[in-house]
Design a protein around this ligand. Structure first.
Ligand code: PRP
Length: 227
């Protein structure tokens, strides 16, 4: 096991700490900014560290830094009391967690895209590449369209360019990745923002602390920054 993890997991103070699962990557900085504006004094090691567990002793907070897609898993299993997860991940993962607050950060949307030459009408067995197989399958089922889903782990835009798939289902933020790879959006599916999610048991056992955090975050989200 990674020493950095081992070092941190030897102390098992789960009751003392409120444990929050944070998604590494594009959401991380915005989520961090939100927590800081909500009055949580997060040390600089959050900004420049490879640690996977960071304790903020003064506030009795423990942060675990995970892959975005895994945040709901940690929260569902109760190893994190709460977490920050994109709506895309929530739809894909269908975990048994409470979605408590729309943090309104990392705004983007889910879309279907293809090469401009692609003609859906003549395609009898469409292949769809995506990081979100459940979400995509649900969407096309609703549309009444039969498709084959090909699960990839990233660089989804590559799939139509090299003939692996006809269309992709992916998030669009600035639209740059689609544009620079010569793809066009064919359908807009749903808007995506990040959510604050909570483990149902933690919500009962640590109600006061979780409510306080939700209220502080809500104030910032609704425009009344605490700092
Ligand atoms: C995401 C998404 C798109 C891109 C969209 O990928 O999968 O590829 O960002 O952003 P844009 O509209 O601003 O260009 P990410 O960078 O998370 O990496 P990935 O390809 O490994 O999933």
């Amino acid at each position: 096991m990674d020493e950095r993890v081992n070092e941190n997991t030897t102390e098992n103070n789960t009751d003392r700490f409120l444990t929050i699962a944070m998604p590494k990557g594009r959401i991380f900085d915005e989520a961090l900014g939100l927590l800081r504006r909500a009055g949580y004094d997060l040390p600089p090691e959050f900004d420049d560290s490879r640690k996977l567990i960071i304790d903020v002793e003064e506030a009795d907070l423990r942060f675990i830094l995970s892959k975005p897609m895994d945040v709901p898993t940690y929260v569902e299993h109760g190893v994190a009391d709460a977490g920050v997860a994109g709506k895309d991940v929530m739809i894909e993962e269908e975990r048994d967690v409470y979605e408590v607050l729309d943090l309104k950060i990392s705004e983007c949307y889910m879309a279907v895209a293809a090469l401009p030459s692609y003609d859906a009408k003549t395609d009898i067995a469409p292949k769809i590449a995506t990081k979100y197989p459940n979400l995509a399958a649900g969407y096309f089922r609703e549309q009444g369209e039969q498709v084959e889903i090909i699960k990839l782990n990233g660089s989804i835009e590559l799939a139509p360019l090299i003939g692996l798939a006809d269309r992709i289902v992916d998030i669009v933020s600035t639209g740059r990745t689609l544009k620079e790879n010569g793809l066009v959006e064919t359908e807009t599916m749903m808007p995506i923002t990040s959510r604050f999610i909570v483990n149902p048991v933690s919500y009962r056992m640590k109600a006061d602390r979780i409510d306080e955090m939700v209220e502080r975050l809500e104030q910032v989200v609704e425009g009344g920054s605490m700092r």
